[in-house]
Write a protein that binds this ligand. Sequence first.
Ligand SMILES: [Zn+2]
Length: 259
Amino acid sequence: MTSDAIARRETVDALRTVRELWGELLLAIETPPTDVWPPRQLAHTLRAGDDEPLVVEDRAPLVLREHPAPLNMTALDTGLAVERLLFGLADTLAAAVQRAKPDDPRRWAFQHPGAADARRAAGSRTHGLHFASVWIEGRVLDEDTEPEQQLDGTPTAPPFEPLPPHLLHEARRTARIAEGRLLRTLRLDQRETPVPDRTCPWCGGELTLRTTPDEPPTVTCSTGPECAAPVSLDERGRRAWGWRDLAALVAALSTAQPQ
Ligand SMILES: [Zn+2]
């Protein structure tokens, strides 16, 4: 794989992690900081069924909202910083490669701080972090860079030019900084937490939650390959639940009797 292909993949991975964790961050802002179980990165999942799911796409951007009494200032600071990083990156990429016409919904609209109309003043920021992250991913993947045909068959210039390598690497740097801040604030940094009062629903083994700065959390079962849990083994032969498997584990634990 070329270094550009690696940079592209790492940028897309970081942007997707930011999107996956954004709802957790928004909830963290509204939740007092705590050290006790359950770890807050699972709190959203654990509460599912009690509340309406948080629809991240419907939330106004933090940089455009009032914050009368946030319960977790660290989480709010991180949210504001991540928005500024990605909104600024979208501005940079749009200035370099965007050729889309003003009425094209794929266009990233810049801020117009002097505009009387609030939407126009905020530009595409009004659509929020999720939109900005998906838009940046499209540029990183060189989407919509082929000539298109009008209704009468006339070819028109593509809405975007391919991203030059220096901006691809700028996108990777910025996306990874944003991802790192989110992971640290959500305490997905290096730590191991034994899961208290519950054992593996498949074998009764001890469960341990593991987090690292660069990867989403996992839970492992202490038993080893004999454990019949329907997940793959990690490099040490333990059943391991990745981030996408954790919801299923939480569901299995919530139906199992406390031990
Ligand atoms: Zn087990």
